[in-house]
Design a protein around this ligand. Sequence first.
Ligand SMILES: [Zn+2]
Length: 181
Amino acid sequence: MVEDPSAKRTPSTGKRLLRHLPGLFFREEIRSYLRGGGVLDAYPEIARRKIMPRDIERRVLSAFEGKPICRKTSCGVAYAHGTVEYNGHFGIRGICNVCPADQVARCAGSDRTPSAEAVLELARTVSLDPGRIDIDERRIEVEGSTEQQRYFIEHSLNYQVHDRRHPHLPNRHGRAEIGWS
Ligand SMILES: [Zn+2]
């Protein structure tokens, strides 16, 4: 399923049109809901992350070549509002190479690795083990975290926060394995 938010125009500009292709969140609740409506399973299994198989992504990207498109919802939201993307996807590389050039420039201008002090202070605020934190030029890695703890740090810093239990593989950031193995 490819969401098409092009109908949602921002009140401020009224004219930024954009597609994004984040994939289908095919979790148990969504599968049950769809089954309840008589919809056949789109995939044989559920997944923790969104499903966007390689072949479908390739087809969407070629169909929208030359038009604004983003892989991530947050990139699309940032583009529509003319702000820096808040999840720090730019730092991961390979995600934002399809984002509109002016959006890439905006995110590049504010992309910087946060200091250990800043990360530790936020980690302490959400009671994460400060001894299990690793910071590099792409992401912050923590351990034993919940989504809420990670998002608090991520959105405070505009920088990706991952848990060691759920590593993100190169070029498969935030994707389910379905359609990529
Ligand atoms: Zn982006």
